[in-house]
Ligand binder design. Structure first.
Ligand code: NAD
Length: 313
């Protein structure tokens, strides 16, 4: 039975990854300090093959027994979180990635880095292929996240080239789905929370900036295919269907049958104007592409968030 270690396994993406790996018969070790994740995301898991270790990966850590795959998902990921935790975000990208790569080396495990489309910054190339080096502002408020991930990518390649660790890098584009926190500040959960409570839906700027939204099940499938491949170079994992944030806000209002009006607020600093993955590499090397229609994914997300909003905080 293969063993997978998932750092950040109690977070949004990490918890879905734990679910899918357990379905595939893996033993799963979930490491998380619950900084932005929650036990609620994993308390439905009843498997004896699942173990939760409450550890901070910025400190040296060890896990028991053999490990075949390391999915390094831990990091604050929403702009609200990394604005609140700028130094921690840099430390997770640096020390946390060092410690986790060292552990993968010791265990002789395949290592997957959860990187991000934010390594492309405010892109000057559209759509973004993996060969694009990006346009990142290192000293802006988003720099702590973007540069932490760029450093983590450099570190991963150094462990591959110098230490012989079997690594891969997933550049994850905007992903949505059940278990996103209603107040995490990202566009989809914010629009959903506002629409489900009939509050004004706040769109930044004039809403013409674009994003490409991937449903979490598709994303997790792409991560597993990449981890189980022999690919070492970065691979974009995301949905190439691009839409404006204003159109997303309108769709959310329609699907939730909300009485909310759409209002416009100032654009955040360094907010990327466009975002669309070129997924040719994922198609060719992994045979992967997203399958879930946006309306289906949003409907599942709405159902989950409706339940969350009814629960006490
Ligand atoms: P999330 O905040 O829900 O999950 C991150 C998890 O990491 C949380 O459970 C948190 O408690 C944990 N964590 C943070 N610091 C830690 C530490 N020092 N030690 C142990 N655990 C720690 O975020 P997410 O959306 O699930 O993102 C998961 C990963 O995917 C992140 O690395 C993020 O950068 C990347 N990513 C996500 C998206 C997206 O759209 N969700 C897009 C691009 C990249």
């Amino acid at each position: 039975m293969p063993t997978s270690l998932v750092t950040g396994g109690a977070g949004f993406l990490g918890s879905h990854l734990c679910d899918r790996l357990l379905e595939r018969g893996h033993r799963v070790i979930c490491v998380d300090n619950l900084e932005t994740g929650s036990l609620r995301n994993i308390d439905h898991i009843r498997s004896e093959r699942f173990e939760f270790l409450p550890l901070d990966i910025t400190e040296h850590y060890e896990v028991p027994g053999p490990v075949d795959f390391v999915y390094h998902m831990a990091s604050p990921a929403s702009p609200i979180d990394y604005a609140r935790l700028p130094l921690h975000t840099l430390k997770v990208g640096a020390y946390g990635t060092h410690n986790t790569l060292g552990l993968a080396k010791f265990k002789r495990a395949r290592f997957l880095l959860a990187s991000t489309s934010e390594v492309y910054g405010d892109p000057l190339v559209h759509p973004q292929p993996e060969s694009y080096w990006g346009n990142v502002n290192p000293i802006g408020p988003r720099g702590v996240y973007d540069e932490a991930k760029r450093y983590a990518e450099a570190l991963t390649m150094a462990y591959l080239r110098q230490q012989g660790v079997n690594t891969c890098i997933a550049r994850i584009f905007n992903t949505y789905g059940p278990r996103m926190r209603p107040n995490d500040g990202r566009a989809v959960p914010t629009f959903l929370r506002q629409a489900l409570t009939d509050k004004p839906v706040t769109v930044f700027g004039d809403g013409s900036q674009t994003r490409s939204f991937c449903y979490v099940d598709d994303l997790v499938e792409g991560l597993i295919l990449l981890a189980e491949s022999g690919v070492h170079e970065p691979v974009n994992i995301g949905n190439p269907d691009e839409m404006s944030l204003l159109d997303m806000a309108k769709l959310v209002v329609e699907l939730t049958e909300s009485r909310s009006e759409i209002v416009f607020e100032a654009l955040p600093v360094d907010d990327p104007k466009v975002r669309q993955p070129d997924i040719t590499r994922a198609r060719e090397l992994l045979g992967w592409e997203p399958r879930t229609p946006l309306r289906d994914g949003l409907t599942a997300t709405i159902e989950h968030m409706t339940g969350q909003l009814r629960q006490p905080a």
